[in-house]
Design a protein around this ligand. Structure first.
Ligand SMILES: Cc1cc2nc3c(=O)[nH]c(=O)nc-3n(C[C@H](O)[C@H](O)[C@H](O)COP(=O)(O)OP(=O)(O)OC[C@H]3O[C@@H](n4cnc5c(N)ncnc54)[C@H](O)[C@@H]3O)c2cc1C
Length: 339
């Protein structure tokens, strides 16, 4: 187990925020977890479990212990002619896992290509894109309970997945370290083109029969054209969640903003596009100092250089207030703010 003191987190968060942590611990093996408990390093200190830092905003220096999860490995747990179960360790990069699946003809995660971050964080916010969510193929996971120093296994139901939500953001928040995740993938052709824009692009040439590699390449191309690469422009993807309103509220909004669109949920409520609201309120492309709203996608806040966590939070507060005032809709942060 490697322990560093007074360690810079600048290269460990996709916003590129230059803060320091009192302690930074690399967890590379399962025995590092036992050593961590034996060391009593966490006693009386706050701690934060870090993946690749692509969904977090560090508001300040972190006065505690950062646990950097670097557990690596991927192997087949079970298979038959139709399906297989792949166990992936928490420290693997999500996109590398997706690439491996595509290379081997395993269907199920191709719509989630190019989502930055590590596998261990994927169940935490139940990552999703292009009509798919990781919970669609999730089988089970193993985690280490920091308090009881014991391994736990959770199935899909126990993880309580929701829209960008799970038990790891609620009851088990900061209590367990996810060590590996098992996904059930299809060895037979099985695509999800429920997302209209994707369906249109995939089928734009009727003579092309899409295969797994084609779908993967298409997703990568769409994402490259829309989303800023954090290596070049620091960001953490969608800063806010898409808000949900009642059907009544949606009809009221429609009277005032006829071009507003919504997606009806099973319970009759309507999910709105946060990007639409932010753009309509005039924030798209706006810059304040070194922070701003990305000019090609209103849901993404960016750090143009030396913005602090506080600068980005201040911008996000202004956007939330403005959306509340203009539409009477509360925007919730998707990004996790670490104080
Ligand atoms: C350009 C860009 C595009 C993005 N696009 C999408 C998208 O399309 N869909 C989407 O859903 N998200 C998207 N995101 C957000 C982000 O990629 C995901 O939330 C990703 O899963 C975060 O992974 P991470 O390893 O960086 O986690 P981190 O940001 O390090 O951590 C996120 C949360 O998970 C917890 N965590 C991390 N690892 C573990 C573990 N092993 N055990 C327990 N808890 C853990 C952390 O404590 C924290 O609460 C995007 C981000 C960027 C920068």
């Amino acid at each position: 187990m490697e322990i560093f003191k007074n360690y810079s987190l600048k290269n460990y968060n996709s916003f590129g925020i230059d803060v320091k942590a009192n302690y930074f611990v690399n967890i590379k093996t399962m025995s590092d977890l036992t050593k961590l408990t034996q060391s009593k390093l966490l006693e009386g200190k706050k701690y934060f479990i870090l993946g690749a830092g692509s969904d977090v905003l560090f508001a300040n220096d972190f006065n505690g212990v950062i646990l950097n999860i670097e557990l690596k490995g991927m192997h087949i747990r079970d298979y038959n002619d139709d399906e297989l179960i792949l166990e992936v360790y928490a420290g693997e990069q999500w996109h590398n896992f997706v690439e491996t699946c595509v290379k081997n003809g395993y269907h199920g995660v191709e719509n989630l290509a190019m989502i930055p971050g590590k596998v261990g964080a994927a169940p935490v916010q139940n990552i999703g894109a292009y009509g798919a969510e990781q919970c669609d193929v999730f089988w089970k996971l193993k985690a280490y309970n920091i308090e009881s120093n014991a391994e736990i296994i959770l199935n899909k139901q126990e993880c309580k997945f929701g829209y960008r939500d799970s038990i790891f953001k609620n009851k088990l928040k900061d209590k367990v370290i996810i060590t590996s995740v098992e996904y059930k993938l299809s060895r037979k052709e099985k695509f999800n083109f429920s997302y209209k824009e994707l369906d249109k692009i995939i089928h734009r040439f009727p003579w092309v029969k899409p295969d797994l590699q084609y779908v993967f390449n298409t997703i990568c191309r769409i994402r490259n054209s829309k989303l800023p690469n954090p290596e070049i422009l620091k960001n953490a993807g969608s800063f806010f969640k898409n808000p949900t309103v009642s059907n009544y509220k949606f009809q009221e909004l429609k009277k005032e903003f006829p071009d507003i669109s919504g997606y009806e949920l099973k319970n009759g409520n309507i999910k709105l596009s946060a990007a639409y609201l932010i753009e309509k309120a005039g924030w798209k492309g706006k810059r304040i100092g070194d922070t701003g709203v990305y000019d090609k996608h209103a849901l993404i806040l960016v750090n143009y250089g030396n913005a602090s966590g506080k600068d980005i939070l201040s911008l996000s507060d202004k956007i939330q207030d403005s959306i509340q005032n203009k539409f009477g809709v509360k925007l919730e942060k998707e990004v996790i703010v670490v104080e």
